[in-house]
Each structure stands twice: as structure tokens, then as C-alpha cells.
Design a protein around this ligand. Structure first.
Ligand SMILES: Nc1nc2c(ncn2[C@@H]2O[C@H](COP(=O)(O)OP(=O)(O)O)[C@@H](O)[C@H]2O)c(=O)[nH]1
Ligand SMILES: [Mg+2]
Length: 218
């Protein structure tokens, strides 16, 4: 009996993910799910992307356990935004497709070109739940060390893109970018990797080009 209930919930979540993927594609909305540990630079990447792509209508769903701080950063840019807080209902460390579907329904997605979901900050739980994104993007900052793709492989296995963020800090660190990229490729040989800095804009154009091409050929 218990097993039946669990299966039902999982089926519901998987169905919602599939529907989101399909519906947003039909509507011409590129759907990107950003995952990373807290502080890797997800919100800052979205902020710079919004500024650099003024011709695109961008919507953002923010996932956090508490606070509307990230949604406030988005609202300050005039971006359509919606905050999901999991704190009031158990403090989940990930977002699920049905909640995103509800957020989309409530905020409205008409005339949107790109939807970013900023998942809850950690490299473990979000990777376990398919939210139906067209691309899962894992963000890893250079301060986190070369070994993280090996220690948290699932996030890298379920993602198609890795952003290596904060490259402006490289001169202050001992990390080897080469070794980091090698570790990522060992976990996922197909991974597209974009090293960039949201602060200086170095490497950012390749990420923007990826978004533009993905939106065009959705
Ligand atoms: N030096 C540097 N700092 C950055 C960069 N991107 C983000 N940060 C800083 O890293 C901290 C966390 O960034 P945030 O975008 O809030 O991370 P999030 O928790 O993943 O959304 C903030 O203090 C940012 O200013 C970057 O490219 N270079
Ligand atoms: Mg954030």
C-alpha cells in the first residue's frame, strides 16, 4: 500500500515535468534550471544575462527555503519573477515540477522568451528531481575546488551545461581550471562547459550565444 502511494507521487512529478517541457517548448519559452551550492553565483549570472539580453523577455522563478531576497534582486531589474519558499511546508532542499507548474500558472508565462528556475542552493537534492527543463545548468565557482564534480556526480550527470563561475578570482587561487574541466568530462563527457565571470563579463558571450541558439532552435 505504502509503495503504491510513493509511486503515485513520483508518477505525478514525472508527468508534470514532461508536461512542462512540452508546453514551454510549444509556447517558444526556453526553460533553464540552474543548480549549484549556495553562493556559486546563480543569481548574479541571471542578473548579468538579463542586462546583456535586453531584447529577450526573461522570467525567473526563485527557489529558496526562506526569504524573497533573490526575487527582490530580479524585481529590481524589472523581470517577471516568482519566489517559491519551501520553509513553510517542510523546508525541502529542492524544487519539484508541480510547484513550478503552479508558479508559472500564477505568474503567467505569455510573451516570455527564456524562463530561468534558480533551484535551491545545494549540489545534492535538486539533481534528484527532474523539473522538466530544456537544459539543466550546474554552476560551480572556481573557489569550490576541482574535486566537486567527482564528489557530487549526479548534478553533473543530469546537466547538459556547466558554468564555471567567478573566473576573475583565478589569479588568487591554486585551482587548476584544466583539472576541473577534466573532472567534469570524466563524469559527463558530453558536457558543454562555459568558464565565465559575471563580474568582469569575461567568457560571458559564449553563454549568451548558447542561450540565443537554444532559444532559436527550441
Ligand atoms: N568575484 C566574483 N564574485 C561573484 C561573481 N558572481 C557572483 N559573485 C559573488 O558571489 C556571491 C554570491 O552570489 P549569488 O549570485 O548570490 O550566488 P547564488 O547563491 O548562487 O545565487 C555574491 O557576493 C556575489 O557578488 C563573479 O563572477 N566574480
Ligand atoms: Mg541566489
Amino acid at each position: 500500500m505504502e509503495i503504491k502511494v510513493m509511486k503515485k507521487i513520483l508518477e505525478h512529478t514525472e508527468k508534470a515535468a514532461e508536461e512542462l517541457k512540452m508546453n514551454l517548448k510549444e509556447k517558444g519559452v526556453l526553460y533553464i534550471n540552474l543548480m549549484s551550492s549556495p553562493g556559486s553565483g546563480k543569481t548574479t549570472i541571471i542578473e548579468r544575462t538579463v542586462r546583456e539580453l535586453p531584447e529577450y523577455k526573461i522570467a525567473v522563478i526563485e527557489g529558496d527555503i526562506q526569504t524573497t531576497l533573490d526575487a527582490e534582486r530580479m524585481a529590481a531589474l524589472g523581470v517577471k519573477t516568482y519566489q517559491i519558499n519551501t520553509g513553510p511546508f517542510g523546508g525541502d532542499c529542492h524544487l519539484e515540477a508541480p510547484w513550478i507548474a503552479t508558479a508559472i500558472h500564477e505568474m503567467g508565462i505569455e510573451d516570455t522568451d527564456i524562463l530561468f528556475v534558480e533551484n535551491i542552493g545545494n549540489l545534492v537534492c535538486p539533481a534528484e528531481f527532474d523539473v522538466g527543463a530544456h537544459y539543466n545548468v550546474v554552476v560551480l565557482s572556481v573557489t569550490e575546488g576541482e574535486d566537486k564534480p567527482l564528489k557530487y556526480p549526479l548534478a553533473f550527470k543530469v546537466s547538459q551545461v556547466t558554468i564555471i563561475s567567478k573566473t576573475d578570482l583565478l589569479p588568487h587561487l591554486d585551482i587548476s581550471l584544466e583539472k576541473l574541466e577534466e573532472n567534469i568530462k570524466n563524469v559527463n563527457p558530453e558536457m558543454k562547459i562555459f568558464p565565465l565571470s559575471s563580474k568582469t563579463g569575461e567568457g560571458f558571450e559564449k553563454w549568451l550565444e548558447f542561450l540565443q541558439q537554444s532559444r532559436k532552435f527550441l
